[in-house]
Design a protein around this ligand. Structure first.
Ligand code: NAD
Ligand code: IPM
Ligand code: MN
Length: 359
């Protein structure tokens, strides 16, 4: 198959981990006889430096025309002045909104080989396999912002239609898994959460009666996620709660550098990115964990290109190198860490060895 993939490296470790993911995709293409074409474009701080804008029009146009978008991360201290009029993160929010990517899938399936990197006891991690579906284009991220000298405000808004579409997507995903949905809100305090709970209850009752639904308040969810993570299948929640709970969930897997994501809408184009940020503290040193970006490339193969076997092959290759103890510094016990490049080569070697080649 032929595919056009737009690559948005962004800032900090973004270019380091997207380069790794592109190399893996090239190896997949070679192995299975596909033609993937990569076009790099600017986003975030890199785009601000070059053009003055966090999401240049050329980047968005290219993304709209592409089959899929692979993104690294945006942001960093250089662009973090609170008085700055344009910020890297605005570019990310703008591309998510412009492409209508309302459902952000963040799978969390800790690998036994990385249990040692998690602060949670291994017996609690055994068999954990959950999927957070984070609403991505609404809520407090996109409400009206106001600021005066002595007052600031961020409005949190949701419409029925915005809640319905993401809950439907979560229900479809739950049906293909263990059929259980946990909806997370703060309905004891927030009006948007009361609407969220009402709409979720109705959609599940009327359209997905086979899906088992429970509601959970976000504060106790933050606790249950660590105390009994195995209980959860699909978790659906609003934008900011999903952002926070998934960084927390990364500690089940052992590192932020292990969690991928897929951002999907009703449209054709999907955007794939690790859930981590630009990691300014380790950027430029060649030591970032590339597995989250590589696993995001696997999600790209599955969700945008329909290449299920290739996606599974990449996931198996990452599982294989974890089993073999190929750990970057975030996962390794002191002294045994490999570089980004070494980890990437290990994944590619395994791919070439284990994946079914095209005759
Ligand atoms: P971060 O996710 O960048 O880093 C948090 C910690 O995790 C750091 O210690 C970092 O070194 C480590 N880490 C993250 N990814 C890693 C990887 N692949 N390998 C090894 N270690 C890794 O969060 P932060 O420091 O709070 O934010 C830094 C910047 O990134 C901010 O400007 C923020 O806005 C931005 N950010 C961007 C995205 C995105 O582009 N999707 C996501 C989160 C944060
Ligand atoms: C993420 C990031 C972004 C978010 C920021 C950088 C805007 O934290 O992708 O998780 O909050 O969505
Ligand atoms: Mn985040």
């Amino acid at each position: 198959m032929h595919a056009d993939i737009v690559v948005l490296p962004g800032d900090g470790i973004g270019p380091e981990v997207t380069a790794a993911a592109v190399q893996v995709l090239l190896a997949v293409a070679k192995r299975y006889g596909h033609a993937f074409h990569f076009n790099e474009h600017l986003i975030g701080g890199a785009a601000i430096d070059a053009t003055g804008e966090a999401l240049p029009a050329a980047t968005l146009e290219a993304a709209r025309r592409a089959d899929a978008v692979l993104l690294g991360a945006v942001g960093g201290p250089k662009w973090s002045d609170p008085r700055a009029s344009v910020r890297p993160e605005q570019g990310l929010l703008a591309i998510r909104a412009a492409l209508g990517l309302f459902a952000n899938l963040r799978p969390v399936a800790p690998h036994p080989a990385a249990f040692g990197a998690s602060p949670i006891k291994p017996h609690l991690l055994n068999g954990v396999d959950l999927l957070v579906v984070r609403e991505l284009t609404g809520g407090v991220y996109f409400g009206r912002r106001e600021r005066s000298d002595d007052r600031a405000s961020d409005l949190c808004e949701y419409t029925v239609a915005e809640i319905e579409r993401v809950v439907r997507r979560a229900c479809e995903l739950a049906r293909a898994r263990r059929g259980r949905l946990t909806s997370v809100d703060k309905a004891n305090v927030l009006e948007t959460s009361r609407l969220w709970r009402e709409v979720t209850t109705r959609v599940v009752r009327e359209e997905y009666p086979d899906v088992e639904l429970e509601h959970q308040l976000v504060d106790s969810m933050a606790m249950h996620l660590l105390a009994k993570p195995r209980e959860y299948d699909v978790i659906v929640t609003e934008n900011m709660f999903g952002d926070i709970l998934t960084d927390e969930a990364s500690m089940l897997a052992g590192s932020l550098g292990l969690l991928p994501s897929a951002s999907l809408g009703e449209g054709r184009v999907g955007l794939y990115e690790p859930i981590h940020g630009s990691a300014p503290d380790i950027a430029g040193r060649g030591i970032a964990n590339p597995y989250a970006a590589i696993l995001s490339a696997a999600l790209l193969l599955r969700h945008s290109l329909g290449l299920d076997a290739e996606a599974a092959c990449v996931e198996d290759a990452v599982a294989g190198v974890l089993e073999a103890g190929v750990f970057t510094a975030d996962l390794a016990a002191e002294g045994r860490a490999v570089s980004t490049r070494e980890a990437t080569i290990a994944v590619i070697d395994r791919l070439q060895h284990d994946c079914v080649a095209v005759e």
